[in-house]
Design a protein around this ligand. Structure first.
Ligand code: HH2
Length: 276
């Protein structure tokens, strides 16, 4: 299995790919406001690469439950200077965490080569045309509802089957839109329109998504389901998150998205030494 975009080709199996999170926002749930200044954001990005991040995921809109919509001009203003500078200074692929085609276009022009789309749940889609035309990588994440309303009352008959069906449907529609399946990575969207039990079920049955022949990305870092299981606040969820990460890798996740790159890389490399 391969993930191919622009000048990058990742072949799986390989050591788990670590996507480091860089939120250039005033209000992200765990690091909001810390990296709003572009030079601090660039410095943080370079630190994450030094710690072993294989990809940097740069976001200019918080998508935490209840977060307000950010207009594309503002998202561009926050992220593009950071992407431009990181593209100059580091060699790892840069990802733009956005649901908007205008933002994705500006980010690609500035040097991003992956679009991480937390709202891969709509048609028709200008973003998909852009992904098809530009050949960038694409993360198709599952979300029920929108960040504004997703945690109000998430409902599924069978969350694992419904997410699997979503992936099948999106892969078919993306192909129809001219996107090569090799550009696409799938993500069940932990915490996006899901209760604690929904999140745990997705993690328990992650292997059900492996039949789709696309790499799986998982983002559990510091999320509230860990806090609810452990009674831990947002700054104290690292070890719970690492447990989820290793569990997920064992069940087939090939990419993980994290704020805590050094710690995650250490856990993954030890796990790989034990289970080559
Ligand atoms: N989670 C968040 C944001 N983007 N993208 C993918 N593919 N998968 C995820 O699980 C995911 C994501 C939420 O985390 P964070 O960016 O730290 O918070 P915020 O949305 O508040 O900026």
């Amino acid at each position: 299995m391969r993930w191919t975009f622009r000048k990058t080709q990742m072949s799986f199996p390989r050591p788990t790919v670590v996507m480091g999170i860089l939120n250039v926002t005033p209000d992200s749930f765990s690091d909001g406001g810390i990296y709003l200044d572009p030079s601090r954001a660039v410095e943080r990005g370079l630190t994450l690469v030094g710690e072993g991040a294989d990809i940097l995921d740069i976001g200019g809109e918080s998508t935490r439950p209840g977060a307000a919509y950010v207009p594309p001009e503002e998202e561009i203003r926050r992220t593009v200077p950071v992407i431009r500078e990181l593209a100059r200074q580091c060699a790892v692929p840069l990802s733009i965490d956005t649901r908007k085609a205008e933002v994705a276009q500006a980010a690609i022009d500035a040097g991003a080569s992956i679009v991480n789309d937390i709202a891969a749940n709509r048609t028709p889609d200008a973003l998909w045309d852009l992904v098809a035309r530009s050949g960038v990588g694409y993360v198709a994440m599952h979300m029920q509802g929108t960040p504004e309303n997703m945690q109000e009352d998430p409902q599924y008959m069978d969350v694992v089957s419904e997410v699997a069906e979503f992936f099948r449907d999106r892969l078919a529609r993306l192909t129809d839109a001219g996107v090569d399946p090799e550009q696409v990575v799938l993500d069940p969207g932990i915490g996006f329109g899901k209760t604690v039990e929904h999140n745990l079920s997705l993690l328990r049955h992650l292997e059900r998504f492996c039949v789709l022949e696309r790499p799986l990305l998982l983002g559990v870092s510091r999320k509230s389901f860990i806090g609810k299981v452990l009674g831990a606040d947002v700054g104290s969820r690292l070890y719970g998150g690492l447990a989820c990460t290793l569990w997920a890798v064992r069940l087939g996740a090939q990419l993980v998205r994290t704020h805590d790159v050094a710690e995650t890389v250490q856990a993954l490399r030890m796990h790989e030494a034990l289970a080559p």
